[in-house]
Structure formats: C-alpha cells, structure tokens
Design a protein around this ligand. Structure first.
Ligand code: DQA
Length: 144
C-alpha cells in the first residue's frame, strides 16, 4: 500500500496559478493516482490536509500500513522541520513530489527542508510526477 499525502493548499488545485500547478483539481489528480497505481498492480491511499499536525499524525500512523510514501507537502516543504523529523523516522522509501519546478522559482522555494530525509525527488513534471513517483517506488520495492 502506497501512501500519497498532499499538504497545505493542494486542495485548491484547479484554482491556483495554472502556469505553475496546471488545471487538474485535487480529486482529478487523486483519480489519476489511483488509476496509475492500479495499472501497476499497486494500491494507493490518498490524503490531503491543511493542518500540519494532522499530516504528522498521518505520517506516524502510516508507518503501520504503508510500504512506500509519496509526499507533496506544499509550502511546508520549505520550512517544516516537524514534517522533516516525522519523515526521518519513516522507514519505507519516500518520494518527494512537486508539481512545479521548485528549483526554478522564488529563492525561498528552492530549498526543501525534507530533501535530506527522502529517497527521491521529482519536481516540475506536473501531475505526471506522481506517476513517475509510483514507477520509482515500484522499482525500489522490487529491489528491497
Ligand atoms: C508545490 C511547490 C511549493 O513551493 C508550493 O508552496 C506548493 C506546491 C508544488 O507542488 O509545486 O503549494 O509543492
């Protein structure tokens, strides 16, 4: 089971800047994730929250059932040491995903405080980044 966690403001996809985030809504994105997972004989469980502590609770709890994690923390990426520390104790492989290319945007977005505790990062591929993350996890789990 793959946990797919989206953080703050990602529930507003479809209403955010389409040049950065595209036009899909979160539920359309999650539908694609479920379909892509199914095509790979994987099972995904998607969750989004705007509350940092709730995301941390979900990261802790998912240690009991997830054998991989795909996470887009939204703006928390850039400053939440609390999410970073929760990810540090997650033992299964973690892929950090960003719809936009955070390396090419404002200075404050270029640094990810979770970057050193994830196993792989995909940035700037839009929704397809989540598919690439599933592919990466499938490969990683096959060799685990
Ligand atoms: C984001 C990039 C972040 O800088 C931003 O705050 C988001 C979304 C992305 O998916 O491109 O909310 O994580």
């Amino acid at each position: 089971m793959i946990a797919v966690f989206n953080g703050v403001n990602l529930n507003m996809l479809g209403q955010r800047d389409p040049a950065q985030y595209g036009t899909l809504t979160l539920s359309e994105l999650e539908s694609r994730v479920y379909a892509w997972a199914g095509e790979r004989s994987m099972t995904a469980r998607c969750f989004q929250t705007n509350h940092e502590g709730v995301l941390i609770d979900h990261i802790h709890e998912s240690r009991g059932w997830a054998n991989g994690l795909i996470i887009n923390p939204g703006a928390w990426t850039h400053y939440s040491y609390a999410i970073r520390d929760a990810l540090e104790i997650f033992t299964a492989p973690i892929v950090e995903v960003h719809l936009s290319d955070i390396t090419q945007r404002e200075e404050w977005r270029r640094h990810s405080v979770i970057g050193d505790v994830v196993d792989h990062t995909i940035s700037g591929q839009g929704p397809d980044g989540y598919r690439a993350a599933l592919d990466w996890l499938q490969e990683a789990l096959a060799h685990a």
